[in-house]
Ligand binder design. Structure first.
Ligand SMILES: N[C@H](CCC[C@H](N)C(=O)O)C(=O)O
Length: 286
């Protein structure tokens, strides 16, 4: 029976099965199947997906992330904080500031420690990608998507869309408790106007530096938190003139708070916790 060692970790409740690929080897053609099966809450470990911590030629570590439907995504904010924590605490890196390779490029992480234990991580997520061709979505490829009218289920909505290496669409709501997560989430996620699907976020503006936030994730459904989504929501708030550039914006997600800052230099900084839940052996189903 084939097995692998795993560490289950979460960032604000957005939890993944982490596999140290410096020590494990998994069959590339089985990764989607393993991600689906291991993520199953009844017959697997149960999680929002699987994240591989891999060797890299461009950085000390590389992150690959699979949603719980087995689809591979190009970025994951909560995952990056947990990868940074794991890499530092398992001596895959020696510095407190280091690069991590993702499928959407290199990011830089800084771990914050207490007696050698990482309790919080700041990730420089790089620049948001604002053009329609970078999301990707229909329309003029050289244009941005800021407060644009789009109709879903016969109703017109004003939306903003952008990419943090993975695609995000943001709907503004008056009360976050009333966000139509299950009504709109799955429909928008797979709307053909977004050729690679899209993560669906609902945001209530509390004030210019505070947002309430809920998410229906592409490939995973409702999660407790989405780091790239929180970055996208903060950038969208600045683009719509509701939040200031270069200031910390607190994003209140279901699982807790992230501090996001779209700096004057153009990079997006994300700061938040990363926690270990469990370690163990997973038995791969034949
Ligand atoms: N569902 C996302 C990947 C996970 C992102 C999220 N968990 C985060 O923390 O950024 C996608 O398909 O693009």
């Amino acid at each position: 029976m084939e097995t692998f060692q795993f560490t289950k970790m979460h960032g604000l409740g957005n939890n993944y099965i982490y596999v140290n690929m410096f020590e494990e080897s998994l069959n590339e053609s089985s990764l989607a199947k393993i991600a689906r099966e291991a993520s199953n809450p009844f017959t697997g470990i149960g999680s929002d997906g699987m994240i591989l911590i891999c060797p890299s030629e461009h950085a000390p570590v590389k992150m690959r992330i699979f949603n719980n439907d087995g689809s591979e995504a190009l970025n994951c904010g909560n995952g990056l904080r947990c990868v940074a924590k794991y890499a530092y605490e398992h001596q895959l890196v020696t510095d407190k500031i280091f690069k991590i390779e993702t499928l959407s490029g290199l990011v830089e992480a800084e771990v914050h420690t207490d007696n050698g234990r990482v309790y919080s991580v700041t990730v420089d997520m790089g620049k948001p990608r604002l053009l329609k061709k970078e999301i990707p979505m229909v329309g003029d490829p050289e244009e941005q998507t800021i407060s644009e009218k789009m109709t879903f289920l016969g109703e017109e909505h004003t939306i903003t869309a952008l990419s943090m290496g993975n695609p995000h669409i943001i709907f503004n709501v008056d009360r976050i408790e009333a966000a139509p997560l299950t009504e709109l989430g799955p429909v928008v996620e797979k709307d053909p106007r977004f050729s690679e699907g899209i993560n669906v976020e609902f945001v209530e503006t509390v004030n210019e530096t505070e947002l309430n936030f809920r998410v229906w994730e592409r490939g995973s459904g409702i999660t407790q938190a989405c780091g790239t989504g929180a970055c996208a929501a903060a950038v969208a708030s600045v683009l719509n003139g509701k939040s200031p550039r270069g200031k910390d914006i607190t994003v209140h997600l279901a699982g807790g708070d992230l501090i996001i800052n779209w700096t004057e230099q153009g990079n997006v900084l994300m700061t938040g916790p990363a926690e270990v839940i469990a370690e163990g052996t997973y038995y791969i189903r034949p």
